[in-house]
Design a protein around this ligand. Structure first.
Ligand SMILES: [Zn+2]
Length: 184
């Protein structure tokens, strides 16, 4: 297990709270309750559960609920998050969407993934989301001016040996689903 930034006692508290939060889950569709407990830098803890919706994609995960609660109360710096589910033999892992949601607030946040018996395994957001998109990637100085490049399809055709019309068809939605000539 990797070096921990918080005490074992605090981790156990987070895991227990996240497990308790499953009781509040609104999950009549998946019947898969998830709880989360988020530790802020100053020691404040926010909890969350999954909140599903009859329009399925509208629902939110427990991690997002906890983080949204914290952010809406003015918190931005988080040390750790614990997650619980009723999976008997497996540690619950955050979905891809939540990994990105957490990454917004730091790739170094510890993630404690637990089982119903309150055993857990630890990782970090960075380990769970390698090469993740991060806020700094939106900085202007890291980007080129999109008007400064122009893709020359003639030279692409020359380099690839694919007819320009085939490339253009691909760009416009290839006709009858056919590949550009020579592409597999
Ligand atoms: Zn999720």
């Amino acid at each position: 297990m990797e070096e921990k930034k918080i005490s074992e006692k605090t981790v156990r508290l987070l895991v227990a709270l996240s497990s308790k939060m499953k009781d509040n889950a609104h999950c009549p569709y998946s019947m898969f309750p998830v709880g989360a407990a988020l530790l802020c830098e100053d020691g404040t803890i926010f909890t969350g559960c999954n909140v599903e919706n009859s329009a399925y994609p509208v629902g939110v995960c427990a991690e997002k609920t906890a983080i949204s609660k914290a952010v809406s109360e003015g918190y931005r710096k988080f040390k750790a998050i614990a997650i619980s589910s009723n999976l008997k033999d497996r540690f619950i892992v955050p979905c891809g969407n939540c990994r990105q949601f957490m990454a917004e607030f730091g790739f170094d946040i510890d993630v404690y993934m637990s089982k119903p018996d309150l055993t857990y395994t630890q990782s970090t957001v960075g380990e769970l989301l390698p090469m993740g998109f991060e806020p700094t990637q939106l900085l202007d100085e890291d980007r080129i001016d999109d008007k400064s490049i122009e893709i020359d399809l003639d030279s692409v055709a020359k380099q690839t040996g694919i007819r320009k019309t085939s490339i253009t068809n691909g760009l416009n939605g290839s006709q009858n689903g056919q590949h550009a000539n020579g592409c597999v």
